[in-house]
Design a protein around this ligand. Structure first.
Ligand SMILES: C[S@@+](CC[C@H](N)C(=O)[O-])C[C@H]1O[C@@H](n2cnc3c(N)ncnc32)[C@H](O)[C@@H]1O
Length: 280
């Protein structure tokens, strides 16, 4: 079991958008949270693991320290110079970084023991293919861990945030929000939560880089459940997490908000599912 070093994680978190390398280190220090989720569910990660959308590669490297072999795949070669460097620094050899499409995996059927998917499905725009491919490469009885922020939550908006938690993503189009945050960061940087360093968009803005609006697919809990069913997976368990702000509500009311079809995609900022490929 890996232990979370909160101090290291907080420090890495503050500068995570400075470079891919900084982001990979942040992911590495954050990974004990993911191990903890798997441990709580009794899931074995000692075999062959595929991180399907590994980003900078920090999580995959952390798994390589515990697993027989890790394939870290991403459609963008983001890990080059970040994941590669950390793996070399830590003398980790049982990891293979692959530039490839998670919706068309370069693996045979039934060869993977565990698929990890953290904040990827909402970026693929082919979510059913993505799930089906993960299913295809898993061994029968093996698990896919799927995590994504529901679309109308603050995380799901994939935008910077204001210090005051105003849920603008519920009623304003993304294009408008994007322009609003760029303007606000220029004119009133003090309004932004975590300052410009707390957001990829605003870090790019501060560094004078070309800006593009990140596109995201509308991943609601209901849609995900339907996609999971169609992909053939059986859902062993689901967990949802909400921001501390909502703890001010009485527990029965919060529990209702977390489940109601009207509020669940805003109140829950993380949806996690443990999916099993059936043995037949
Ligand atoms: C928000 S990042 C998450 C990265 C990493 N899993 C993490 O938790 O930090 C989303 C990642 O999904 C990758 N991605 C998007 N579409 C993909 C696809 N079809 N196949 C593989 N990776 C994809 C992106 O390149 C990006 O690195």
């Amino acid at each position: 079991m890996k232990k979370l070093d909160k101090k290291l994680l907080d420090e890495a978190g503050k500068i995570r958008f400075k470079s891919e390398y900084n982001y990979a280190l942040f992911e590495y220090y954050r990974s004990p949270k993911l191990f903890n989720e798997l441990d709580m569910e009794g899931i074995d990660y000692s075999g062959v693991v595929l991180d399907n959308g590994c980003g900078s590669g920090g999580v995959a490297i952390s798994f390589a320290e515990e697993s027989e072999k890790v394939y870290a795949l991403d459609i963008e070669p983001r890990f080059i110079g970040s994941g590669d460097k950390i793996a070399a620094d830590k003398k980790i050899k049982n990891i293979e970084f692959i530039q490839g499409d998670g919706c068309d995996l370069p693996f045979e059927d039934n060869c993977i023991d565990l698929v990890l998917s953290h904040s990827v499905i909402e970026h693929t725009f082919k979510p059913l293919e993505y799930l089906k491919e993960s299913y295809r490469v898993l061994k029968p009885g093996a698990i896919m861990f799927l995590e994504t922020p529901p679309h109308y939550s603050f995380e799901g908006a994939h935008m910077p945030r204001l210090k005051k938690p105003i849920p603008m993503q519920l009623f304003l189009p993304r294009k408008f929000l994007y322009k609003f945050y760029i303007r606000t960061a220029r004119r009133h940087p003090g309004w932004i939560k975590g300052g410009t360093d707390g957001s990829a968009l605003l870090t790019d803005l501060a560094n004078g880089k070309d800006l593009t609006m990140e596109k995201v697919d509308k991943m609601t809990i209901g849609r995900l459940r339907r996609l999971i069913k169609r992909s053939g997976f059986e859902c062993l368990n689901e967990r949802t997490y909400h921001p501390g702000f909502f703890d001010r509500f009485p527990k029965p009311l919060l529990s209702f908000f977390k489940k109601s079809i009207i509020t669940r995609n805003f109140v829950n900022n993380t949806y996690k599912a443990f999916l099993r490929k059936p043995v037949n």
